[in-house]
Ligand binder design. Structure first.
Ligand SMILES: [Zn+2]
Ligand SMILES: [Zn+2]
Length: 388
């Protein structure tokens, strides 16, 4: 083992004669500080949390504490398990986490008959590249729940009423064994019988089957802002699930899925594309027509432009989500086209062109030979190896 295991009393910062309540409060302090939910992604904190949890698991159990006092860590080692291999099964952290982390562990702690905000709903809408760039209005059909008119949301048949749940005694929470970071632990979770409401319906309302809500398809208009990108969401306030006990509705989150464009690619606010130019345009310079989001624009290519030269068209990119007057740029890669299917006259003109520019394109052994000549020593060796 690379690391010496720390003494459990030292880990918790208590004396060897610490009482149960001293252990508990020491552990509570450490758990609060190092709990992974409080320190997401922090490996050091997670290690500390596990170490403290292990120490508390042992010292809070009178039998295990006695064994530890007598034999130290050796009492619990089965073939060099170490902290990572510690078995937490059967440990009861429920009452500790129940009151420290009420909101983290199953949402217990809060009275369930107070007003509660409804859950958020999620939906998706498909739009084109241009719609994402310039914004659009979309109509969405979603299933929205409304309070049942017959039972006013209680879920009980009119004339009857709910009764207190016997499984949880009306608390809405029960103690459950749960698989967690360090094995099976006891946790406080929402009661499965009453789903946290603390009440059970014996005779459900026939209109809503006891749910208290009726679902209806509704059309909702969504305003998609200019500049939105694939995967971003638009929030529509209070179009989610209805609240309970007079609480507000949740929100509707509409995820935007942007279709690919045949010519343009987007990176943040910039657009990337390519445009073909002829060999003559590249050599002599001249006007090329380039596709942009705003239509075709003319661009003056400089004489002697090499293939894969990238030009920038300022302000031809995607508008900013915050200010639609601010726009990204468009980067266009100019690709010089090698002509194919030339007429006899055109071929003749090209040969003439090569002659005039000092090249020769007459093929055959002579040309190959002169190519080999230029290779030098390394090239010759490579050729020799290739011939083997
Ligand atoms: Zn009803
Ligand atoms: Zn219950």
């Amino acid at each position: 083992m690379a690391e010496q295991k720390r003494d459990y009393y030292e880990v918790l910062g208590v004396s060897k004669t610490a009482s149960d309540s001293e252990l508990k409060s020491a552990y509570r302090k450490l758990a609060k500080k190092y709990h992974p939910d409080m320190n997401p992604g922090d490996a050091e904190a997670e290690k500390k949390f596990k170490e403290a949890s292990e120490a508390y698991a042992i010292l809070s159990d009178p039998d295990k504490r006695r064994q530890y006092d007598q034999f130290g860590h050796a009492a619990f080692e089965n073939g060099g398990g170490g902290a990572g291999g510690f078995d937490f099964s059967g440990m009861d952290f429920g009452d500790i986490f129940g009151d420290i982390f009420g909101s983290f562990f199953g949402g217990g702690g809060r009275a369930s008959n107070g007003p509660m905000r409804g859950a958020n709903l999620r939906a998706a809408v498909h739009i084109t590249f241009e719609e994402a760039a310039f914004g659009c209005e979309k109509e969405l059909e979603i299933v929205l729940k409304d309070e049942c008119a017959a039972c006013h949301g209680s879920g009980a048949k009119p004339g009857t009423s709910k009764r207190t749940c016997t499984k949880c005694g009306g608390k809405g929470r029960v103690m459950m064994s749960q698989q967690s970071l360090f094995g099976m632990v006891q946790n406080v979770t929402t009661c499965p019988d009453c789903h946290g409401s603390g009440q059970v319906i014996d005779t459900p309302c026939p209109d809503c089957n006891g749910t208290g809500y009726v679902a209806r398809k509704k059309k909702i208009s969504v305003s998609i802002p200019a500049g939105i990108d694939n995967g971003q969401s638009v929030r529509i306030r209070e179009k989610g699930e209805p609240g309970r006990n007079g609480g507000p509705r949740g929100d509707l989150l509409v995820e935007v899925i942007v279709a690919n464009h045949p010519i343009f690619q987007r990176r943040d606010m910039d657009i990337y594309s390519s445009a073909p130019i002829s060999f003559a345009q590249a050599t002599l310079g001249g006007e090329v027509i380039i596709d942009t989001l705003d239509g075709k624009v003319s661009y003056e290519v400089k004489p002697g432009t090499q293939t894969d030269t990238t030009i920038r068209l300022r302000g031809k990119g995607i508008p900013s989500l915050r200010n639609r007057n601010v726009r990204g740029d468009q980067y266009v890669t100019l690709v010089v086209q090698v002509p194919t299917g030339l007429s006899k006259d055109a071929k003749e003109a090209l040969r003439k062109f090569d002659e005039l520019t000092g090249n020769t394109i007459s093929g055959g052994p002579k040309a190959v030979k002169s190519e080999k000549k230029k290779k030098g020593f390394a090239g010759k060796i490579k050729d020799a190896i290739d011939d083997l």
